[in-house]
Design a protein around this ligand. Structure first.
Ligand SMILES: NC(=O)c1ccc[n+]([C@@H]2O[C@H](COP(=O)([O-])OP(=O)(O)OC[C@H]3O[C@@H](n4cnc5c(N)ncnc54)[C@H](O)[C@@H]3O)[C@@H](O)[C@H]2O)c1
Ligand SMILES: N[C@@H](CCO)C(=O)O
Ligand code: NA
Length: 449
């Protein structure tokens, strides 16, 4: 890397990958070069785009002289690399190559960062290279820079986000139209939100990668996706959504990272939220991230978490920010721009999380059943916040015993906050009771911070 801008030469930008996001970034860097240069305060130039096939048809006609299949040579010539190939390799090796030689990197590659983020950050710290990845969580939403910079004088205690647009779209469709999971997924695929292989989204892996990145930045510790407990949405049924709605809740797939005196817990799972919660109003494929910090209190960030154009906005914001730093190199030592020092924060098992549970079950309809169920919860130190018997309660709230006798009894319990391990053991014991015919669903609940 040369210190191009200090010598008046344009800052040389190399782009790796020209897919959904890459093509939009290329278009802006070519068509809006003057604007981006003026935002930087120094000239920039896109010097090349590494692609697999220079002849492949593209929506936006990229000037042919920019295309190359030699990604390594492009990395070696550039002052700043934008990686938008995705996947672990060759993206990982190319980013490592750039960072080790002091070349700045901007990427949106959450899958790579969730596995090798700590290692790549240390390469950056060793060489003084800048590494930015705002697009990797919440797409266009400015969330990582606020966590890294705006809140760096505060202590973040919890981050809770809807960080996967595909699953939010599916759950929202199920909630608003009563659709079954498979139909909502098919619609998400038709609209281009979900990929033909939707595993990474619906099984929660994409959200788990983002949880690892959020946890690492919020708590200054190099967490990886292996530290994240992950449950997707494939087991969420139309009946779950309907029962939740009847009790005033909505089901969202949340990435939750929180810190206590012993360490941090990182988890992704379907969660019941009261309809009055700010995250409950996030509809369709939108994303939102809720942050709680000791002094700032509660903050919420909302916007488009995916799509070529929105995501390109976050990439270009990082490019301008990095280019400004490279331009002012001598005045602003780059080492001051990193995430600070990693701290020693243990990743705790999900069993240590404190959460509330919603349990929907069918019990035999006879005397003493409710007392027996309540005793199981008490034995596990879990207290009950509310209990409903929707199948046997009439509209005015009077218990309709005749209805209960015919239908059996559905019992819905919301617990107070308790250790995940105790809640889990409670459900196992309930399932073993003779009077419990079936446990229909068990979901975690987030009510307050
Ligand atoms: N699309 C989004 O909404 C979105 C949002 C946030 C983050 N991201 C991230 O941005 C990155 C890019 O996403 P995308 O949607 O543009 O993906 P994409 O699949 O549309 O584009 C990737 C491009 O990289 C090219 N490529 C892959 N390997 C290559 C190689 N070895 N040499 C040259 N080219 C290669 C592919 O041919 C493809 O054109 C991913 O890391 C993704 O996770 C995407
Ligand atoms: N598959 C992701 C893309 C953005 O990271 C989503 O649905 O949100
Ligand atoms: Na973002």
């Amino acid at each position: 890397m040369s210190n191009a801008t200090a010598s008046g030469e344009p800052l040389k930008i190399g782009l790796l990958g020209a897919g959904n996001v890459g093509a939009q970034v290329a278009r802006t860097l070519v068509e809006e070069r003057e604007l981006i240069s003026s935002r930087v305060g120094a000239p920039i130039k896109l010097i090349g785009i590494a692609v697999r096939d220079v002849q492949a048809p593209r929506d936006w006609k990229i000037p042919g002289e920019l295309l190359t299949t030699d990604a390594e040579a492009l990395v070696d010539q550039a002052d700043l690399i934008i990686e938008l190939m995705g996947g672990l390799e060759p993206a990982g090796a190319l980013i490592e190559r750039a960072l080790r030689s002091g070349t700045a990197v901007v990427t949106g590659n959450k899958a790579l960062l969730a596995v090798r983020g700590g290692e790549l950050s240390s390469f950056a710290a060793e060489s003084g290279a800048l590494l930015r990845f705002e697009a990797s969580v919440g797409g266009a939403i400015p969330i990582l820079r606020p966590i890294q910079e705006s809140l760096s004088g505060d202590r973040i205690t919890k981050v809770m986000g809807i960080v996967n647009g595909t699953t939010n779209y599916i759950l929202d469709q199920m909630d608003s139209t009563g659709a079954a999971f498979d139909d909502a997924l098919a619609e998400a695929q038709r609209l281009g939100y979900a990929e033909s292989d939707p595993t990474a989204d619906v099984e929660g892996h994409d959200a788990a990668a983002k949880a690892a990145i959020l946890g690492a930045l919020a708590f200054h510790a190099p967490f990886s996706i292996d530290d994240v407990y992950c449950e997707g949405i494939t087991a969420v049924s139309a009946a779950d959504i309907e029962a939740a709605a009847a009790s005033g809740y909505v089901i969202k797939l949340l990435a939750i990272v929180e810190k206590n005196d012993d360490g941090a817990i990182l988890r992704v799972h379907p969660t019941l939220l009261p309809r009055t919660h700010p995250l409950a109003s996030v509809r369709g494929a939108f994303n939102a991230v809720f942050v709680v910090a000791e002094n700032a209190g509660e903050l919420m960030f909302y916007g488009q978490g995916a799509g070529g154009l929105p995501t390109s906005s976050a990439i270009l914001g990082d490019v301008v920010s990095v280019a400004r730093r490279l331009h002012g190199d001598s005045a602003h030592p780059v080492s001051a721009d990193t995430n600070g020092k990693w701290e020693s924060v243990r990743a705790l098992p999900v069993d240590e999380a404190r959460t509330q549970y919603y349990i929907d079950m069918e019990v035999a309809d006879r005397e003493g059943v409710i007392a027996e169920v309540a005793q199981v919860l008490a034995d596990h130190h879990v207290s009950i916040e509310s209990m409903r018997q929707p199948g046997s309660v009439s509209i005015d709230g009077e218990v309709d015993t005749e209805a209960a006798r015919v239908r059996g009894a559905v019992v819905q319990i919301v617990t107070h906050l308790a250790r995940e391990k105790d809640l889990h053991d409670t459900v196992v014991t309930l399932k073993g009771l003779d009077v419990v015919r079936a446990v229909n669903s068990v979901l975690r609940v987030e009510v307050e911070q």
